[in-house]
Ligand binder design. Structure first.
Ligand code: PGA
Length: 254
């Protein structure tokens, strides 16, 4: 059985106190309401991470993650955060290659391949994001785009290392827009991704890979999306900033 994961991506929202307050609500609600084996993850800004990990102690259904990590081990990279630093807080996950990082910070597949190696070296789980833009979908190049992101970003990994990562398919046109991919559109790409993994590695690796959907996922559409054969959970932006909405999405797997 693949691991089911619902990960919140807070992006650059919530000051320190607001973040702790929201996280406290979330862990209490998860404790009270989650009966399944799904994993809830909150990927917060760096400043919250250590405190969230402390709050989450004893609540194994909630894990904490970062939204980025630098590719280098350490050094003169003013303002950056290393994977080792993230690991030392007790965080477990790191989002890599989110489309906002690709778009606004120029992160390429080649750079993301390096980041993936560094994050895995420090025993953190990458949530590796891929997805096409609206123009790419309209030009019907979306399958090629996804394949290139896989090949250049993560297909250099050994099968063993590949087995440690989580993939998130996030069509850029669905992120923060209120326009969700239909469950059929999402399933089509998830199925494609799994087949590419099977072709590169083998069916067992493909069957074991958790593939999340992200992009305007909310409590209303989560059930239909997560019911698809190859959708193993979600990466949730806006709706993860409201405890009730986030919990209702996590509860889809109860
Ligand atoms: P959204 O963001 O849920 O607000 O569309 C998803 C994401 O960017 O991960």
């Amino acid at each position: 059985m693949r691991k089911k994961i619902v990960a919140g991506n807070w992006k650059m929202n919530l000051d320190y106190n607001e973040g702790l307050a929201l996280f406290s609500e979330i862990i209490n609600m998860v404790n009270d309401e989650i009966t399944g084996t799904q994993q809830a993850v909150i990927c917060s800004p760096f400043i919250h991470i250590h405190s969230l990990v402390q709050l989450a102690k004893g609540y194994h259904k909630v894990a904490v993650g970062a939204q980025n990590a630098h590719q280098a081990e350490s050094g003169a990279y003013t303002g950056e955060i290393s994977a080792k630093m993230i690991k030392s807080t007790g965080a477990a996950y790191v989002i890599l290659g989110h489309s906002e990082r690709r778009q606004y910070f120029g992160e390429t597949n080649a750079l993301l391949a390096q980041k993936t190696d560094t994050v895995l070296k420090h025993d953190l789980t990458p949530i590796f994001c891929i997805g096409e833009t609206l123009q790419e979908r309209e030009a019907e190049t979306h399958f090629d785009v996804i394949k290139t992101q896989l090949v250049e970003g993560i297909f250099h990994l050994s099968a063993e290392d590949f087995g440690k990562l989580v993939i998130a398919y996030e069509p850029v046109w669905a992120i923060g827009t209120g326009v969700t991919a239909t469950s059929a559109q999402a399933q089509e790409i998830h199925d494609f991704i799994r087949k590419e993994i099977a072709a590169k590695y083998n069916q067992a690796v493909a069957d074991a890979t958790t593939i999340l959907y992200g992009g305007s996922c909310n409590p209303k559409n989560a059930a239909e999306l997560f019911a698809q054969a190859d959708i193993d959970g979600g990466l949730i932006g806006g709706a993860s900033l409201k405890s009730r909405d986030f919990l209702d999405i996590v509860k889809t797997f109860n």
